[in-house]
Write a new protein. Sequence first.
Length: 376
Amino acid sequence: MRNRPSYHYTPARSEVINRKPAPRRPRANWNQILLLLFFIALPFCGLLALFFTFMKWVFIVLSVTALALMWYQRGFNARGRLTMSLLFSVLTVVMLVSALSPQPGVSANVPVTMNTIPPISYSAPSVVSTPVPTVENIGNDGTVVADGMQAVTADASGTTTDGQTDAAPSAQTMTQGQQVLEKFMQTWQVAIMADLVPLTPPSWRSAQAEPAQELFWKFQNLRLQSWEYEGSPQGTDADSAQTITIIYDAISSNRLQTFQAQALVVKEDGEWYVDPDSLTGVKIERTTPVPELDYSPLPATPTPVPTEVPTANTLMYYNPDGGKLYHADPECSSVAADYLPLSSFKFGLVLSDDKFSRLEPCGTCDAPPKSALEGE
């Protein structure tokens, strides 16, 4: 047995240090972020873009940013990236075209009036350009004036653009009471109830808790279309009141109806005002005049004379000095005066006699053709 060394060999033990790796920051889930951008943020911006123009540019910038981020982070799979790129590229182009196109607007110089219905005419009116009547541009004579020019015109039916017909008196013959009533009717037509208050008598206004509200309930359900005056006013400018018969058309209960009222115009403190209570008229029916028929006899027409049918014995005429035509008129205008009158011959000879068979019919005097004798 071999001798073993008396000592023991113990190799160095390698110690393994079990260290945990340092915590890594979690990588953002770009797919979820992109889904929020494409299906929540962008649709919301597109909805707001329907009402606000600047949101169109927000949509465009956000869409381009989301597409660039998707391709940089390689979000979704290849087919998903292609689909999202195609879809939102089209939407971005559409939004860009909409943002760059001019937006229709309302001119600031044109007053906009709600619940305003133009006058209804019973015949086709011609298209004219007139200003919208308001209290500011209604003159003292009841005409509508814009930019210092009188803008009242008439259409083909005789109805002026301010709703007054030819039956109404002109501005020169209207009394002061009629002028105030005309201004009241024009203001009522454009449905500006607040502007009617200064045209009502102070005594009537003081008796109302809310004059504008009272006028609203009185005239709002009657949308005035046109009006005309009947007869002359009862009273003059020297009196304290005038009664004017007025017939007006208004839409009530969604139907055009005609009313007749005895409008009362009163003078208080030297100024004329319209009593609004007097304009509550009664319904009437318009009568269409029946045209008078003319029963006079029609003028007699001459009886047409039948055209004479030529026969073989009918006389025709020719120029024996070298004439090449035969004529039905011995004084035919196509023949020179030196050869008149023409010589006559029987029409039947044009078929049997060589002397006359060479002649042709004259078109000036409507000579009958040779074929007229072929049936005999």
